[in-house]
Design a protein around this ligand. Structure first.
Ligand code: NAP
Length: 238
């Protein structure tokens, strides 16, 4: 495994259930972490927990280009490069097609597809310059298999997979690695507002999902894990 000590890592979605656990693991391994999400107070709490200084966080809405620009500026003030970009930002709106509001469809695409595009676009040049790096996105299993009520969510996550596979073609003469993680249900605040009968106690634990990303971050650089699937036992869709 490759050590994470002094690796420069940007973690988006750090305020989420998986993100918070991952922030702890990465800083515990000596990474130089920068965290972002929208909730400033929570970011500060996580920074304290992880012993990160105040200039290693920024609250930003990644669907707003100015938010992404501000993030890049703030990141570049503290770190000279980015070794690993992890994007855990995302929302889930599960509704049958006729009940899904047009605005919710667009919002899902904005957060789960447009924001990852802008984030990747903002930090890719630094990796291209270094000719190396690792980009991890989490499409989840609904980026690969369908589910009733997931028209918007799957559209965004299938789109994310296609987008990252295309970007991979662009960078294949470099050592920039692109990993898509297909997670099944993870017990996190992601499910708080989803009106579905789910058994959260049977889902993957957020700290274990975080551990899988931590594992991906430590892969030696001579190869690429282009995809990884982690699902609960009782719901293996792939
Ligand atoms: N939980 C699951 O079952 C599951 C399964 C498969 C895939 N996934 C994917 O895994 C990722 C992380 O999931 P999670 O369970 O940790 O979800 P979560 O607890 O709901 O966290 C979502 C994160 O996304 C951030 N976010 C949402 N909208 C944003 C915006 N406009 N700009 C910037 N950040 C924004 C949130 O920030 P704030 O809270 O600060 O707004 C939060 O940090 C998501 O992409 C999700 O789609 C989750």
């Amino acid at each position: 495994m490759e050590s994470l000590k002094d690796k420069y890592i940007l973690l988006a979605g750090a305020t989420g259930g998986i993100g918070r656990e991952l922030a702890r693991l990465l800083t515990g391994s000596g990474a130089r972490l920068f965290i972002t999400g929208r909730k400033e107070e929570l970011l500060r709490e996580i920074a304290t927990e992880c012993r990160l200084s105040e200039d290693c966080l920024l609250a930003a809405d990644l669907t707003d280009i100015n938010g992404v620009k501000a993030l890049k500026q703030a990141y570049e003030k503290v770190y000279p490069t980015v070794d690993i970009l992890i994007n855990l930002s995302g929302i889930g709106i599960i509704q049958s097609t006729e009940n899904l509001e047009e605005a919710d469809f667009m919002r899902t695409l904005q957060v789960n597809l447009y924001a990852p595009y802008m984030l990747t676009r903002a930090f890719l040049p630094v990796m291209k310059e270094a000719k190396k790096g690792l980009i991890i996105h989490v499409p989840g299993v609904l980026g690969k298999v369908p589910m009733a009520g997931a028209a918007a969510y799957s559209a965004s996550k299938y789109g994310l997979v296609g987008m990252m596979q295309s970007i991979r073609e662009e960078v294949k003469r470099t050592e920039i690695r692109i990993t898509n993680l297909f997670l099944g249900g993870v017990d996190s605040p992601f499910w708080d507002k989803i009106d579905l009968r789910v058994q959260r106690e049977k889902m993957i634990r957020a700290d274990e999902a975080a551990r899988s990303i931590w594992f991906l971050c430590q892969q030696p650089s001579s190869g690429v894990i282009s995809e990884m699937v982690l699902q609960p036992f009782n719901h293996q869709a792939i």
